[in-house]
Design a protein around this ligand. Sequence first.
Ligand code: PMP
Length: 304
Amino acid sequence: MADRDGFIWYDGKLVPWRDATTHVLTHSLHYGLAVFEGVRAYKTVSGTAIFRLKEHTDRLFNSAHIYRMPMPYDKATLIEAHKEVVRSNKLESCYLRPIAFYGSEKMGVSPRGAATHVSIAAWPWGAYLGEEGMEKGIRVKTSSYSRHHVNVNMARAKFAGTYANSILANMEATEDGYDEALLLDVDGFVAEGAGENLFVIKDGVIYEPEIASALMGITRNTVITLAAELGYQVIAKRLTRDDIYIADEAFFTGTAAEVTPIRELDNRTIGAGSRGPITQKIQSLFFDVVNGKVPAHKDWLSYI
Ligand code: PMP
């Protein structure tokens, strides 16, 4: 990823891609505290636009607030910086990765005395769980690793350290031949995917796990809004893994994963074992919205 052309916004200016480096004694590299976002820009019918940039920026600042990380730039500056990155790299659609991290000014667990640095990179990134998965659904395995207890890591923050848990789960599942991992919370109830929120559908009603130890996904929020507009009820409740075994349909949501149907969990077929009809309706509306084809949701698009 480091050796390519293009520009990365780094501490207030655009720098050539290869020069966007940091020292090996970067505090965040050692202690895992960096807050970040995953954001997508789409080539809409009216030009390239970043999807729900305000909400991603709000979540980035909330993550920093939770971890008491001072942010050296205001939201308006970072919102403009995202657009600048897409423009300067001449990208029509892309994934964006803003990150705020502590630098190499000091070592030791406390970050006091270290400066916050911010960078934003962007690059083309297709379907995270594969094009085929988008159509036919993916195979998921319940992880032997639990999602963090709410008093171990702060689930409302999207921060680097939490992803060590996601990495363990994702590697375990993918090395066993599955596409993604599903994590349960410490009480054994369904939490989320390694990088996605989950929805299941039973008898025409959409359910999601209570968002305790899971990230408050922005795609999740988009899907809840769209599902309501399509006339579906969305109920948050404690879900067990076997609630999913006997569901009619299931899907993951995430900025990277978008709306990805799940066809199998732990070698049990879910419903008909393919993308279900309600999932398909929501997925199709989701792509219409991000591609700027739904006037009512143009306010979610920040044109560059
Ligand atoms: N849960 C986790 C652990 C994630 O990493 C992500 C991706 N950011 C999500 C859920 C989905 O969040 P969003 O829809 O905001 O991308």
